[in-house]
Design a protein. Sequence first.
Length: 178
Amino acid sequence: MDFAKIKQVITLFPDFPQPGVSFKDISPLLENPDYFTFIVDSMADVVKKMQVNKIVAIDARGFLFGSAVAYTLKKGLVICRKKGELPGQLVSETYQYEYATSEISIQEDKLNPTDRIVIIDDVLATGNTAVATYKIIEKRAHAGGFVSLIELDSLNGRKNLLNSTHLKDADIVSFIHY
């Protein structure tokens, strides 16, 4: 199995959730245990080389992959949620993405100065959500990388991450490019 085959299974929905946006539906990948296992194992192989002790998964589809990779590697999992979804003391960042403005947060006590963290999400689009997550992590710990299943190259998310963080190109890994 390879990612060229995986890419063929992703369903594209043009003009969803709004005109001009092409939604990449990964549901068929999640339904098929062989595809899902291949994706999680591939992500885990990359994360293992990053020598991290925690994984931060971004709301909401990042949870699917982040939790599976954390389980596979026996690493701690921290969730980064949308505004109003987490209780307690929070570290938050506001950001813009393709079609809206939002805010994300991590519970303040989930990050420690000794933590080395990889961020996992399903898609790297503009990179704004990834940059906001990175900024939250860097307030309390160290972000060592970013991993996503899909990268939308035309939206320059990788460039945004490189320009807005200390990450290097090798620290940003995506398996499928559009």
